[in-house]
Design a protein around this ligand. Structure first.
Ligand code: ADP
Length: 311
């Protein structure tokens, strides 16, 4: 079984549905409210576990009710939570407002995630035992860098989702990302907005080519248009997304990354791995929610088989 480590965030999403988002100083009455486990790290961990990998999550939750729920949601999907610390104070939360048009605004309060400033005892061993380490930018960057360096030292593939996009200087560029982080990244997976923010180039093909100066392999996800793969010294590949009726694209990218890591860990060639990950993401956008919408291995295999894209 493919082993994957995730060093990343866990957040409780607090979602208010409103006819129209409030302006500054305004109070509006919402239609509904729900809480759902999220955070890019936890989302990728759940996606990979549902896709059949053995996943260990490294991170932190707070000593509150949300922390208990976040941990049990991971465990319910089969993610190993022994390296998920419980720290004093609140868990990470994402305060999300969704209006009747489906547009949202989000405040993320890192909470316990901010306490993860480096690796702890046992983390290096856990990373070394994995086939890949999945990283995002919702933890303090020094921790992300420490994880990437540990993976590198063990020859473990590092997959970095550069989200949320770091604030780029005018004209693009890597902004506040530590230089060593890119040097320790094997596969970078931005969406097209992040690719543009990082390079200042809105054409994803040109952005991918520019990113290859920093990392050896890039996948740019293009929403309903699929994904684009570029590697040094190779012709770029584009893989279309299955045409489906999307009802909620929350965590489509995280589902895609988790599934891609599993497929690559199983030794599939990049084109097959991208097609399979696209099937997983296409299933997730047809259902509401983040982790709730993520498909099982059997569902992805059945959908892929129907489309003739492999197991
Ligand atoms: P993010 O969720 O990070 O913004 P994208 O919107 O690029 O990233 O979506 C990630 C992947 O999810 C895409 O590459 C695609 O495979 C899949 N996806 C997203 N939206 C759709 C859609 N409407 N139909 C089918 N697949 C989709």
């Amino acid at each position: 079984m493919t082993a994957i480590a995730v060093l990343g965030s866990t957040n409780m999403d607090l979602v208010a549905y409103v006819p129209k988002a409030p302006r500054l100083g305004e109070t509006v009455t919402g239609r509904a409210f729900r809480t759902a486990p999220g955070g890019k790290g936890a989302n990728q961990a759940v996606a990979a576990a549902r896709c059949g990998a053995e996943v260990v999550m490294i991170g932190a939750v707070g000593a509150d009710d949300f922390g208990v729920r976040l941990r049990s949601a991971l465990a319910a999907s089969g993610v190993v939570t022994a390296a998920l610390r419980t720290v004093e104070g609140p868990s990470g939360t994402a305060h999300i407002t969704v209006d009747d048009e489906g547009a949202n605004s989000i405040i993320v309060v890192p909470g316990a995630n901010a306490s993860v400033t480096g690796l702890e005892a046992g983390d290096d061993r856990r990373i070394g035992a994995a086939g890949a380490l999945l990283l995002q930018l919702e933890l303090p960057l020094e921790a992300v860098l420490a994880g990437a360096l540990a993976a590198r030292a063990h020859g473990v593939r590092t997959v970095l989702t550069p989200a949320p996009a770091p604030e780029a200087p005018p004209g693009g560029g890597w902004g506040t990302l530590p230089a060593g982080l890119l040097a320790a990244t094997d596969l970078l997976v931005p969406n097209e907005h992040e690719a543009a923010a990082l390079t200042g180039l809105t054409d994803p093909h040109r952005a991918a080519a520019a990113l290859l100066e920093d990392v050896p392999e890039v996948v740019v996800t293009l929403g309903a248009a699929g994904s684009l793969y570029a590697a040094r010294g190779q012709e770029p590949l584009t893989v279309p997304a299955p045409q489906v009726r999307a009802v909620d694209t929350t965590a489509a990218g995280d589902t895609f990354v988790g599934a891609l890591a599993v497929a690559l860990g199983e030794g599939r060639p990049m084109r097959d791995a991208l097609a399979w990950a696209s099937c997983a993401a296409a299933l997730s956008v047809q259902r509401r929610g983040a982790q709730d919408s993520m498909p099982s291995r059997a569902e992805v295999d059945a959908f892929a088989a129907d489309r003739g894209t492999g197991r």
